[in-house]
Design a protein around this ligand. Structure first.
Ligand SMILES: [Zn+2]
Length: 342
């Protein structure tokens, strides 16, 4: 028996050390790589304070930043998807649904309800990308259509915050039918003169872009959000042309007439509130150009050269929608303490 023994140490591989670091204290920006404390990020509505990158919000965070505090009442919360085709690819659709429900705590990829925004009674629907890419299956389509029908019956404006990877192919043709259903539901809103506002968040693509998301009276997009049908790689391979810089970003889509305005998250709630008051007749739509706009002669000249898109249903020109954002940003009374994430 030996008197001395070499002590046995457990070796810790260098790569393992990171796991011991406390998680959830900070977040690294996907765009500029800056590290920000989560508390600061939350205060900034999940927008990177360094570069302005808009992080994704889940639907309850979104509702918290958008509607008046305590004003949201969920509707159709009990609707859940079934698996009518017994679809199975790399995993069963039924299992995928169950996993998504457990991961997000949501019944489906959209939450709808009645709320008030800036004091205007509104029907609101918010899609959540973390639930199977917020793809539009039968239940998502049904909830959007029902929200539109409720808005129509109550003659309240409809506001939908969308994000989607497109149609939910696990439901085959049933998912594609939702495009027609939601389109005709929002068309009835238009016929009745009930305002409909879309907020495009990153990314909004496929069957959602190709249906109700393109049919709103006012289409607002968050900075940098992708808005399109097919992705840039597919388009590039199809047309065999180099795509222009910034292709399919919110800013590109605004400049080419597919979106009315690009609004930073902090200005979203006051901008929508102001639009709702104008569209429901509570506030005049005749907005004078702001003093800043008058002083910036070059901006006005630039605008004259760019094509002006006028919303067919609201009659708002680009110039007026720009003025709404300018007026809202400088409207201190609109802040009401600022929207807070929940
Ligand atoms: Zn950043």
């Amino acid at each position: 028996m030996a008197w001395f023994r070499k002590p046995r140490y457990t070796t810790v591989p260098a790569g393992q050390k990171k796991k011991d670091m406390p998680e959830g204290l900070w977040t690294k920006c996907d765009k500029c790589q800056a590290v920000t404390f989560n508390t600061e990020l939350e205060r900034n509505l999940s927008v990177c304070p360094k570069c302005g990158h808009h992080f994704r919000l889940d639907c309850w965070e979104r509702i918290g930043t958008l509607v008046d505090p305590g004003a949201f009442h969920e509707i159709d919360g009990g609707l859940t998807s079934t698996d009518p085709l017994h679809f199975e690819a790399d995993e069963k659709y039924a299992d995928k649904l169950q996993a998504a429900r457990e991961k997000t705590g949501l019944a489906e990829a959209v939450v709808s309800g009645e709320a008030a925004i800036g004091g205007v009674e509104t029907v609101v629907a918010v899609m959540d990308f973390s639930f199977i890419g917020a793809s539009m299956g039968s239940v998502v389509g049904e909830k959007i259509a029902r929200a539109a029908e409720r808005a129509l019956q109550a003659h309240k404006p409809l506001v939908v915050v969308c994000a989607s990877g497109g149609a939910r192919m696990h439901e085959g043709i049933l998912s594609l039918m939702q495009m027609a259903k939601t389109s005709s539901a929002v068309q009835r809103l238009g016929d009745a003169g009930v305002p409909f506002i879309i907020v495009v968040t990153h990314p909004t693509t496929g069957g959602v872009t190709a249906s109700f998301a393109s049919l709103a009276d006012v289409i607002i997009a968050e900075p940098g959000a992708m808005l399109g049908f097919a992705g840039p790689r597919v388009i590039n391979q199809t047309v065999r042309e180099e795509l222009p810089p910034g292709f399919q970003t919110a800013e590109f889509m605004r400049d080419h007439g597919m979106a009315d305005m690009v609004v930073p998250r902090k200005d979203l709630r006051p901008t929508i509130a102001r639009l709702l008051r104008m569209l429901t007749g509570a506030e005049s739509a005749d907005i004078e150009p702001s003093s800043a706009e008058r002083e910036a002669g070059e901006t006005a000249n630039d605008r004259l050269e760019t094509p002006t898109r006028t919303s067919a249903r609201t009659g708002l020109t680009d110039r007026q929608t720009d003025s709404i954002i300018t007026a809202t940003s400088s409207d201190k009374s609109e802040g009401e303490g600022g929207p807070q994430g929940s």
